[in-house]
Design a protein around this ligand. Structure first.
Ligand code: GLU
Length: 421
């Protein structure tokens, strides 16, 4: 197994714009419309001090970017990571716009991020940082303007702090300001598993199209967080063999299959999947290249590149992460006949159940988990079929088909609303 370029060398925003330009060209979009949609509508950068447990004060930098709001309020997660950059958040915000459009939910796209290393922070420091960041971005977020959610290294507890901070400022509880909250304060059934459930739904359809049975299929998963760890459990329950998983510290491989519940327990106890008994240690990038039928990149951007795409062995690549595949790698994978189910479709289950959560919060009327799962399946199935049909029609990969579908919907909304004033 080989070395390859790291995601640090990839600029996600350049990647997102490149993908946009390819789809806009194929759609024959006017140059004026391209200029509107190519850049974010609004960018907020904040620098804010936080008191650490040792008494010192550290100043953090964070962002909240709204790419487009023509189809509805801005929507998208908040990530905490030392690798957050303005261009990364710009790309993620743009992908949220297309994601909401491709599944047909009435939201625009946004994203937030704070440059920090949550693994080095205490819970009290994380809470103070979150509350101060929420206060700083409270000038742009709101239940009818911009609704954050969890993303890399954030979870329902972080959402609870944001909801509480925003509500304290307003003087009453406003659950609909964030999604991905705990159930006890207006969260939705099924939200925790939603991203992975959506990945499973579209992978099932993809496999059906290819005549590949899911039972017994070998699955490799890069990333073991909100999306990856749940995907491992769900694919395992479906009869798949989870042959490899990884987290930021490394990967593990066992061709006879790993037990996801045992791996999760190991990670909870030791802080990493690394060292899981009975598995071979491999590097994070090796998990992308092990022999498997289904590959689920569930970590970050730019991991499948021109440098390693030829070594990807999976027939189906279901993108639980945002932006894991570069445009150059897309070309290589398409040539080899691989089915890439693109991020904006594959991982849209998360934001779709976020939409259900927001609707339930606004109505103060809550649905059961069966209703959530059924509605999610209807939306994901419909979106997959529309994208797959378009890919057949245009003889293109599913990313281009999904982008064309999404961009045409956003362009239509922009066109019909007209330009103010
Ligand atoms: N962070 C998730 C995503 O990238 C969910 C966003 C949301 O629920 O608003 O799709």
């Amino acid at each position: 197994m080989h070395d390859d370029v790291t995601s640090a060398t990839i600029n996600p925003y350049r990647m997102a714009v490149q993908q946009f330009d390819i789809a806009a060209e194929r759609l024959g979009l006017s140059e004026d419309m391209r200029e509107i949609l190519r850049q974010p509508k609004r960018e907020l950068a904040v620098n804010f001090p936080v008191r650490l447990d040792n008494g010192r004060i550290k100043t953090f930098t964070g962002y909240r970017i709204q790419h487009n709001v023509n189809r509805g309020p801005a929507k998208g997660g908040i990530r905490y990571s030392p690798d957050v950059t303005l261009d990364e958040v710009r790309a993620l915000a743009m992908w949220m716009t297309w994601k909401c459009a491709v599944v047909g939910i009435p939201f625009g796209g946004a994203k937030g991020g704070v440059i920090c290393d949550p693994k080095q922070m205490t819970p009290a420091e994380l809470e103070r940082m979150t509350r101060r960041y929420a206060t700083e971005i409270s000038i742009v977020i709101g239940p009818h303007s911009d609704i954050p959610a969890p993303d890399v290294n954030t979870n329902s507890q972080v959402m609870a702090w944001i909801m509480d901070t925003y509500s304290m400022h307003e003087g009453f509880s406003i659950p609909a300001v964030v999604t991905g909250k705990p159930l006890s304060i207006g969260g939705s059934e099924g939200r925790n598993d939603a991203t992975a459930t959506g990945v499973l739904f579209v992978t099932r359809q993809g496999a059906q199209r290819l005549g590949m049975p899911l039972r017994g299929a070998r699955v490799s998963i890069q990333g073991f967080g909100n999306a990856g760890s749940v995907a491992a459990r769900l694919f395992h329950n479906e009869g798949c063999k989870i042959v490899a998983v990884s987290d930021t510290r490394g990967g593990i491989y066992n061709e006879s299959g790993l037990d996801p519940a045992a791996v999760l327990r190991h990670k909870q106890e030791r802080g990493s999947v690394v060292g899981f008994p009975g598995a071979q240690q491999v590097r994070v990038q090796d998990v992308l290249e092990v022999p498997c039928d289904i590959l689920v990149p569930a970590a970050t951007e730019g991991v499948i590149t021109a440098a390693n795409a030829d070594r990807v062995q999976a027939t189906i690549i279901a993108e639980a992460a945002n932006g894991p595949t570069t445009p150059e790698a897309d070309v290589l994978l398409f040539k080899k006949g691989r089915m890439v189910i693109p991020d904006i479709l594959a991982n849209a289950g998360g934001v779709t159940v976020s939409y259900f959560e927001w609707v339930q919060d606004l109505q103060s009327f809550f649905w059961g988990v069966d209703e959530i799962t059924k509605r999610l399946e209807v939306i994901m199935t419909r979106a997959f079929e529309s994208v797959a049909e378009r890919a057949d029609q245009y003889h293109c990969d599913m990313r281009l088909a999904a982008n064309m579908l999404a961009i045409s919907r956003v362009a239509e909304a922009t066109q019909i609303r007209g330009i103010y004033p």
